[in-house]
Design a protein around this ligand. Sequence first.
Ligand code: XMP
Length: 519
Amino acid sequence: MDSVIVLDFGGQYAHLITRRIRDFGVYSEILPFDADLDEIRKIMPKAIVLSGGPSSIYDNDSPTLNDEFFKFTSENKIPILGICYGHHLIMHKFEGKVELKEKKEYGRANLIIIEESLLFDSLNREEIVWMSHGDQVTSIPKGFKILAKTDTCPIASYENKDKFLYGVQFHPEVVNTTKGNKILENFVFKIAHCDREWKVEGLIENIIEKIKNKVGLKDKVILGLSGGVDSSVTAVLIHRAIGDRLHCVFVNNGLLRKNEEIEVQKTFKETLKFKNFHYIDAEGLFLKKLKDIEDPEEKRKIIGHTFIEIFENKTIELEKANPDIKYLAQGTIYPDRVETSATSNASAKIKSHHNVTLPNDMKLDIIEPLKNLYKDEVRRIGLTLGIPQEIILRHPFPGPGLGVRIVGTINKEKLNILREADAILIDEIRKAGVYNKLWQAFCVFLPLKTVGVMGDYRTYEYICAIRAVESLDVMTANFAKLNWDLLEKIGTRIINEVKGINRVVYDITNKPPGTIEYE
Ligand code: XMP
């Protein structure tokens, strides 16, 4: 099957490039820029993209590629598309001129195409593109041809057909480059001649087969199941492969949504007929440990550590009865994995996300059947596997649950108030037919009391904030412009039906500068 490798030079966009290529029906994966040539040779990609990155090729330890790499691609006629930093790097290697620019160019630019080429096939002579760069190419070596320019960038794109090299200064992978998809499609199909053969659904049998081969006929697997999309799909794939040799552990941390623990158990035990589903009610322990804790990061840490403690104890208990438990399954998906071994460590820590990393001393081998897939691909697999839509199409729910949706200290009273309000919000949003259009919608408990009036009585109760956002990639999100009548209905119901709340506010913060969750 044809594939395209994206070499990651530390930009934020490598994921977007692979995503787009996969959406064309061609398998694509990210490798670090310094991946072993043997690894690339084994894959024998039909094309390679060099991503952008924060470095300048003039930095002391700037990431680079060796001559052997270019010898390999040229001998095997593998086209390379350099984007931004990749575009500079090719020039640097082939003795073009790249000039160091102190001043960055950032934003929309008007690309003027000056030469016909397959890369810009069926584009207009002028197109809007997205630029984000400091350095720029100022002269090209012999054999290269300038394809396009902008007002400030005389060599915005080049090609060398004999050496199978292409470069663009702008970012075709972002939506702000209007015809970016067309450019990538041209590269993948017209230049690299890939076939559209890849479909995520086609991977299911392959994944199941791999699990069977790995686990064998008698060993067992343990999985921490949250009932979210990733762990649910992981569970069903493993269950298909090894049946009830899969042990799922579901921990009720007391921070779940209304009736969640009942619904998850029902789905797995009754609908999907999992025999070894272990439910642990740990609400008491979590709430005890969280008592009086206000700081968001501390809350997250306590929730993560407490989960690990419980999960480890349960594993030890299960291992006693089932000495064949040899594997620990995890619902890790592609972005989680690449993020943890990112080639760039330039990004600042905003929140300690990504749930729990189980300790290494558990001595179990890890199985991660979704490790090469993106969220929407996991969803497609889940639907094909027949997992109920309520699970697969559910909005993302953070590992620390309602713990990060109650500002300040947590207790059962606040949790119950929040659960009731949230259930009303979701009910109304579903009834209005907008649930599937939103990335997330949820209520947040604000520990502030304000005055209200109900009937003839003064009230003095808490505030509930409604957060509803639209997003494609979670890195950015816009607050949803929900219909006023719908918001009014939700607000009225929450105030009338939820004891403890007398004011509802709507959050109009985008991300950035806000984050989606409150803590
Ligand atoms: P923020 O609040 O950073 O959230 O804009 C981005 C997305 O991540 C989810 N989120 C989490 N998911 N564990 C998770 O699995 C976490 O600790 C966590 N914190 C936030 C959040 O719901 C949103 O979809």
